[in-house]
Design a protein around this ligand. Structure first.
Ligand SMILES: *Cc1c(COP(=O)(O)O)cnc(C)c1O
Length: 354
């Protein structure tokens, strides 16, 4: 059996077979998305996510096919003219490109890929910016932005909308939704589920803004989502199976307790970040401790990254290569809850010696 430490798609939840069987018994693949059976599934997943991530009633939870579609929907629904982007890697850059290609003006703050942002509230953001886009966990480089940065940013810009891409860290971050208009993620990363579902968490300020936007696309408008949400339905036929599975995994995580999950992630991250002390072929990519991701650990490698990846693959340990230009000089490790203690120990043992 292979153990995946990839950053998405990633290791599946250990009980996934059981949840698939339960889904089959409940005919999840065939039921109508206008039936009570579906509404109950949506309602349960909604409830479990609220509990897990401390999402208040001021925010709605919508389902999309992917997180990158949410990038586009956030722009089409909440930006008439201009968005601002904090960019320090491939994913935050792509979010920015989506806005540009949709014909919006953009303001950008750019750091090199191995750096992470701090003091976001000190950046001078143009008056006509409507939406500020923050990628909390930059999956390409392993750079993290501390959660309280979002609070300081909102206090500085109370009228502007702020959205956080939490795709490769949710449910790890402790978010205060009082100071956050939107957050979104997809399920093939830290939730350990098959890809094909994006989760869009938005407040009324986003909805009110969307009502003022001219020429927004017909597909997946916020107003449509809100209308359907009143009865726990969706505008189009959603990925019912993944919504069901997410409900099961979120329930399991609530039973374990989010604090215990966070603690395990942090303990394992520390072990990973200590590896360069033992193995001189590895160097931490993000030097500033404050900006080191707990869920995506990236190392620069002194030997070809492919050699390390191949050697571990022989032991059925699958890790990620560097992103884009860093393919041969970095490795990336997904430190997600679905990884078993035993698999984690064997990863660490192998990485001592590469
Ligand atoms: C993976 C990822 C995305 C894209 O998610 P999809 O579900 O593949 O569309 C967006 N942002 C970040 C930070 C990611 O890691």
């Amino acid at each position: 059996m292979k153990h995946f430490f990839t950053v998405g798609p990633s290791q599946l939840n250990a009980n996934i077979e059981k949840y698939f069987k339960k889904a089959m018994l409940q005919n999840v693949g065939s039921i109508s998305h206008r039936s009570q059976a579906f509404r109950d599934i949506y309602k349960n997943t909604d409830l479990q996510l609220r509990k897990l991530m401390n999402i208040p009633n001021t925010h709605s939870i919508f389902f999309m096919p992917s997180a990158s579609e949410i990038w586009e929907r956030m722009i089409t629904n909440c930006v008439q003219k201009k968005s601002a982007h904090f960019m320090n890697g491939a994913f935050s850059k792509k979010f920015h490109e989506y806005s540009q290609s949709l014909g919006k003006q953009t303001q950008t703050f750019i750091l090199e890929d191995h750096l992470g942002f701090n003091d976001l509230h000190k950046y001078k953001i143009d008056d006509d910016v409507e939406l500020i886009c923050v990628t909390l966990n930059e999956t390409s480089s392993g750079a993290y932005i501390q959660e309280n940065e979002l609070v300081k940013l909102k206090k500085q810009h109370p009228i502007k909308l702020i959205c956080a891409d939490i795709v490769s860290c949710a449910p790890y971050p402790k978010l205060n939704f009082k100071y956050l208009d939107c957050a979104f993620f997809s399920v093939q990363k830290a939730f350990g589920l098959p890809a094909g579902l994006g989760v869009w968490i938005v407040n009324d300020a986003c909805l009110e803004k969307s009502k003022t936007i001219k020429n927004k696309s017909a597909h997946h408008s916020l107003e449509n989502f809100v209308k359907n949400y009143a009865t726990f339905e969706t505008p189009s036929t959603p990925n019912v199976l993944d919504i069901f599975l997410l409900g099961e995994v979120a329930t399991e995580m609530n039973n374990t307790g989010i604090d215990a999950i966070r603690k395990t992630i942090e303990e394992r991250a520390k072990i990973l970040y200590d590896l360069p002390l033992k193995n001189k072929n590895l160097e931490i990519n993000i030097a500033n401790k404050k900006n080191q991701s707990q869920t995506v650990v990236v190392f620069n490698t002194k030997i070809a990254a492919q050699e390390i990846i191949k050697k571990l693959a022989l032991k059925n340990i699958i890790i990620g290569s560097g992103y884009g230009a860093f393919k041969t000089t970095q490795i990336r490790i997904g430190n997600f809850p679905a990884v078993s203690e035993k698999a984690f120990k064997s990863l660490v043992k192998e990485l001592w010696n590469v």
